[in-house]
Design a protein around this ligand. Sequence first.
Ligand SMILES: [Zn+2]
Length: 428
Amino acid sequence: MEHNKAFYDSLEEAIPKILTEVPSSVLEPYDFIAIIYAQNTIYHGGLKPMARENLYIIGEKHNRLNSGEVFTHIGGHCHEFGHCLGLNHLAGGNQDSLEVDYFALMEVGGMNGPRKNGACPAGINPYYKILKNWVDDENLHPILDDTTGLVIRYDYFNPQYYIVKSRNYPENKFFILKNRLREGFDKYTPNNFDYTGCPEDPNGNQGGLLIWQIEYPSGIHLVLADDKISDHPENSLSEERSYSLDPFPIYQNQQCNDFTIPDLKFHHDQLSFISFKNIVWNDHTKEIILDIDLSNLQNPLQKSVEINFNLSLRENFEIASNVQLIVSNAGITIDSDSIQLNKNSSLQCNGSMHIEQGINFLMGKDTKIISYFEFHATGTKKKPIHFSSLYDNWDGIYIFNAGIAELKNCIIQKSQQRINQFQFRFNH
Ligand SMILES: [Zn+2]
């Protein structure tokens, strides 16, 4: 090359300049070109690791995750080469992607290994492999119906992927399940395999069920069994992560749905309507067994009554304890003097919910009203609408999926939680 490192680093990007200095006849025979410069990788300026079409650039040594300046192992190259193949960072640099960091080659997982310098990088996430047609059909298992006792085995050479789509949401939002243990290049994902952590965890640090949440192209995420990105957030470089970033389950028969912690909701609190239930780790066979419910609208421990015609509540009306009244694909009009929701019950509606003037809602402990579409509660000055508790705090009114909420002359009392996620149209 014609210049020294400092010169190329002073440019915005070194690759275009380098291309002008190398005769095209030298580059032409190759499908991909790696440009490796001497000594330490520089992370700012024109020499920072990056890819451009079929070329990438990186230094001979690098320093990531406090590894010290050491030989740039295969992971750093694989990551940049992934960009040459058209693979983006999973969540486009979004902070939300922190949970996938060490699980994904196209995040920090390229640096996994005994010294955190890429000697044993994480694999490519399943969605990219499927997009690239690198997964044989026989290893892809769409889940089309409610399923019980699904067994998911780890197979390092032929990973088995279970595709879970809800009936309620579009093609680009779904889940991919796999069992991930520690063979081969999976050995250091997401952390040191011999780290001993929480003794109660049934699968320890061996691996377990990964629930990939796909919202393409806005992001690819992992749902972590413990909902923890970090057990040492104040210094994420020096921590020994383990019982954060944890595959499922963290206890036997764990379940995960839109209302658990962690939850399965998509961005903007969009419900997935899916429930993974009774997730069990078999320590003998290293298999995961679970049940899948594809149209879950409520806590699965509770009873539900689902109707799909327009419901009009006119007489005094009461919902019994632990019952979820669900009106799907239809609306509700409430024009009754009083509505009583007993403990742990809910009123849920996928269509428009209209509450007329002067109605008293008596809300029991842990009750809620959930609207997935439009919510109109239109009281008048003389006849306001009251939402109040019987004895204890109730949970709240939830309006999901960017629904519209119109509340006029409403009095809301003793709610322990929130009225959230709605466009508030306040009319006097
Ligand atoms: Zn990158």
